[in-house]
Design a protein around this ligand. Sequence first.
Ligand code: ATP
Length: 207
Amino acid sequence: MNKKGILLFGGTFDPIHNGHLVIARSAAEKIGVQRVVLVPSANPPHKNHSSLTPARHRLVMTELAVRGQELFEVSDCELKRPGPSFTIDTVRYFRERYGPNISLYWLIGGDTIKELILWYKVERLVDECTIVTAGRPGCDIEVDFTVFRGKLSDEQIARLKQFILDTPLVDISATDIRRRIRRGLTINDLAPPAVRDYIIENKLYKT
Ligand code: ATP
């Protein structure tokens, strides 16, 4: 049990959905940490969203999604920081906040691990936190790790592999949710009711 660890989970959360929540809880249980910090990103350098929903909406939806759940906390640290949201800067922010004795984990989905090699200062990032990968339907978790060889040591690659977790596979994506709303379809069971209600009240994702 690693009660002194924190699982950080960054995303555009546009919107946050049950897939995010299920994998975060499951990963936290498997690692044995008792705190998950959700970090909505301002301007993800690796994402190509032409029309990201304003940060204030994504932040409120993230807060609504986990309201009353002791496991979760939401941080607006990336939204307050100017410039691109580099994960290493966020990890360093939490390291400063919690000190050297806490284990920091950073959760990503199975589709993201193959992009990790492109992340800013990845060779430092994987030492400053533990990258934890959750499976995602349709994403081959058997990543070709040889592409990591130029940048990461064998030891670092072994750690990445070690933290590919056997979490539930949840076939939900924010893209699908946005598409369903545009088509007037329900998103019940895909996102928490409070998030669904907020989307309806604020007429998000209609166009
Ligand atoms: P979009 O469809 O807009 O790309 P998304 O559903 O992938 O969004 P993000 O906020 O971009 O959601 O995801 C943040 C992180 O959560 C990413 O690392 C992504 O891989 C992971 N993730 C999102 N949904 C799932 C899911 N259903 N299963 C596993 N990982 C997921």
